[in-house]
Design a protein around this ligand. Structure first.
Ligand SMILES: Cc1cc2nc3c(=O)[nH]c(=O)nc-3n(C[C@H](O)[C@H](O)[C@H](O)COP(=O)(O)O)c2cc1C
Length: 335
């Protein structure tokens, strides 16, 4: 018989948070805090502004997207435990960092689809570098579009050669600009660490095992490989994967939160098929380039994420902060 996990708020909340923190976040910043609301209530999801990328993401758009992905994981974990999640976005409008409250609703048998997505939580990882050449299953694109739509966003695949070339060019312009801006590069370095100084957040420099310019869409250069090897490597365009843009009809924190939920739902469905994402969000961090993408590639909708999908040649799980660092229990002093 299923025990009522709500009887122990510490145990139940820790369970939800362990699921939540598997979400992706730029530079693995993990910009979230959770507050347990006590027996029979639920859990709060808050943005942690101290972990915002002031140069790459001054508006906090990517920060809220990351928290939206974590929120989707909380929903899945509540369902997995046999309850219907009751979710309220921005429950206290005067506190914009208080992004969502998830309460335990009625008992509800977990659905097969929810269980599949829940089972993908620890299987999903970000890919850096080329994919295998194997094409995706033909029905997967429709499936993923449907998942994004059901979470309130639009997923478009850029399939024509001219569109892909155009987007690759915009990623190139953004990445070149980022590499040449000292404050941006310094911020990236602060979130990069080297073996011997392990952390629970940020990106280990040895995660980049291929040159960031090896596919048509340049990656972020965490390890400084472009300085060590300035000559452009031989390109492997066939290993770029399927190119997708996730967008929303509005561009405000509520839309960003929705985009994060849709992103995670899409990524988990893909992971259930063994398909992973490589992200190329650099041009969305440059306002003029984001406008160009909106006009030319996302049909006027606001682009929130750019990613590629394919089968990874390898995966490298990245660390997460311990639950005790991100979960505040009832009665604990607020800082
Ligand atoms: C809003 C957002 C933007 C991201 N942008 C990039 C990116 O441009 N390049 C990249 O390699 N990864 C990007 N990522 C992925 C993160 O680097 C990754 O989620 C993080 O390092 C944790 O690794 P994991 O996803 O494998 O758990 C992004 C993730 C989010 C949520």
């Amino acid at each position: 018989m299923m025990s009522d996990v709500r009887a122990d708020p510490c145990h139940a909340s820790a369970y939800l948070v362990r699921a939540a923190v598997t979400a992706p976040s730029p530079y693995n910043t993990q910009p979230w805090t959770f507050v347990a609301e006590g027996v029979d209530r639920g859990i709060e999801v808050h943005a942690d502004a101290d972990r915002m990328l002031l140069h790459a993401d001054p508006a906090g758009r990517e920060l809220v997207i990351s928290c939206g992905a974590a929120l989707f994981n909380v929903r899945l974990a509540v369902r997995h435990l046999g309850f219907a999640p009751v979710v309220q976005h921005f429950p206290r409008p005067a506190d914009p960092a208080f992004l969502a409250r998830v309460e335990w609703g009625a008992y509800q048998r977990p659905s097969p689809e929810g269980e599949r997505l829940f089972g993908s939580l620890r299987r999903r990882h970000t890919v850096r570098g080329p994919f295998l050449a194997e094409p995706l299953p033909p029905s997967l694109a429709d499936d993923l579009r449907d998942h994004a739509h059901r979470a309130g966003a639009t997923l478009d695949f850029v399939t024509d050669r001219a569109g892909r070339r155009h987007l690759a060019e915009l990623v190139r312009i953004a990445e070149d600009a980022h590499r040449s801006r000292p404050e941006y590069a310094a911020e990236q370095r602060r979130w990069t660490w080297w073996p011997g100084e392990p952390r629970y957040d940020g990106i280990p420099a040895d995660t980049d095992v291929t040159h960031p310019d090896v596919t048509n869409f340049p990656g972020r250069d965490h390890a400084g490989l472009t300085r060590m090897f300035p000559a452009r490597p031989q390109r492997r365009p066939s290993r770029t994967g399927a190119v997708a843009i996730l967008s929303t009809d509005r561009d405000d924190p509520a839309a960003w939160l929705r985009a994060g939920e849709a992103l995670q739902r899409t990524l988990l469905e893909a992971a259930d098929h063994g398909v992973m994402a490589a992200f190329h969000t650099q041009p969305l961090e440059v306002p003029s380039l984001r406008v160009r993408i909106r006009r030319t590639l996302s049909g006027g909708a606001f682009p929130q994420m750019i990613f590629h999908l394919g089968y990874p040649p390898w995966i490298r799980p990245l660390p997460r902060r311990p639950v005790a660092d991100v979960l505040r229990m009832p009665g604990a002093e607020r800082t």
